[in-house]
Write a protein that binds this ligand. Structure first.
Ligand code: ATP
Ligand code: FE2
Length: 333
């Protein structure tokens, strides 16, 4: 039987353990999401949550798939970017597993893992990636041996903006899926729409979401949550799709890949599809379980890197909360 690579994801609210076979077959992760009772995520509280659930998640994912510890060939973990206390729990867990199972350790870039799991699942080869998550909103494309950031948010991530908007209506984290259903209910599945005015923040290839957030909060007080949710999605998603389209035009690439938690959104997917069809490109997205943070994507990037001979020595395994998408050399094809 083929061996597996175990991946540990712990950059923010989610601790997730996933696996991929040596030939690249993805296996669903076991995850636990920290949800604060009030307000946003406190990094220390999230880290405590991750420590509490870690060992149960590891044993359940391995046994669920019918493997044992001796089948594990390597342990991969998110080295950054993310919240320091949360990353540290994942890194310590991965070091411990690698030492006790006597297998190599590999620290990987969380943002690049979102791309690689999408390439694995959808079969697209050289995409422009719209990486839309809570903490990040970036438009990325490969140039030579790096994934280059062609455009990104200048303030908050789009998911974080949706979560903050939701929180003003007492909707707990993650707010994005609830905003999606409020928008869909209000518009009767997208059939009756009236796009109310909100700021539209595209700055060249970059984006900004704090202005639209403030405006959408006051719009919701005047027009109600459903109408404001619809218009907020229309404006903010259209700005991401506009930058993605320009990235396709500039790079000459013909595949758009969506990744990150906000890529679960049906309306964002629909907009991506329409834009791509209009310009003769194709739109792709992985299953929802591989859009949100998951250990499987960390295992998959670890697999690609180990295949190319990279491992992380213990003394190089420190976390890097500020790691950038373009700081990781791409050695795999
Ligand atoms: P990263 O570290 O990559 O920034 P993250 O920590 O934000 O990731 P993800 O799981 O990638 O974690 O994304 C979570 C975000 O996705 C949350 O902001 C959540 O509201 C948003 N989200 C999830 N589902 C939907 C949806 N259907 N529509 C809109 N947003 C969604
Ligand atoms: Fe993520």
């Amino acid at each position: 039987m083929e061996g597996v690579i175990v991946g540990v994801e712990s950059t923010a609210h989610t601790l997730s353990i996933g696996m991929v076979s040596e030939s690249g077959e993805l296996m669903p992760s076991e995850s636990s999401v920290f949800t604060p009772e009030h307000g946003g995520i406190h990094p220390r509280e999230a880290a405590d949550h991750h420590s509490r659930v870690a060992s149960d998640l590891v044993s359940s994912v391995i046994s669920r798939e019918g493997f044992s510890q001796s089948d594990v060939k390597a342990v991969s973990f998110s080295q950054g970017p993310g919240l320091g206390p949360c990353l540290r729990v994942g890194a310590s867990l991965a070091r411990t597993l690698s030492k006790s199972w006597e297998v190599p350790l590999i620290g990987v870039n969380h943002c690049v893992a979102h791309i690689e799991v999408g390439r694995n699942q959808t079969g697209c080869e050289d995409p422009v990636l719209l990486y839309a998550s809570g903490g990040n909103t970036q438009v990325i494309a490969r140039a030579g041996s790096r994934y280059r950031v062609l455009g990104e948010t200048l303030d908050i991530g789009i998911g974080n903006m949706l979560d903050k908007f939701a929180r003003t209506h007492e909707i707990p984290f993650p707010g994005g899926p609830v905003i999606e259903s409020k928008a869909s209910e209000w518009s009767n599945g997208g059939s009756s729409t009236s796009n109310l005015e909100l700021p539209y923040a595209v700055h060249g290839m970059d984006l900004a979401f704090s202005g639209i957030l403030t405006a959408a909060i006051s719009l919701s007080e005047r027009e109600g949550l459903g109408a404001a949710s619809w218009s907020l999605q229309e404006h903010s998603f259209a700005s991401c799709i506009e930058v993605s389209e320009r990235a396709l035009a500039h790079t000459g690439k013909s595949e758009l890949l969506l990744g990150g938690g906000v890529a679960c959104n049906g309306r964002l997917r629909e907009m991506a599809q329409i834009m791509c069809e209009e310009r003769g490109a194709t739109a792709h997205w992985p299953e929802k379980q591989y859009c949100i943070d998951n250990g499987t994507m960390i295992a998959e990037l670890g697999r690609r890197e180990i295949e190319m001979g990279r491992v992380t020595k213990l003394e190089e395994s420190a976390i890097n909360p500020m790691l950038r998408t373009d700081s990781t050399p791409i050695t795999w094809s």
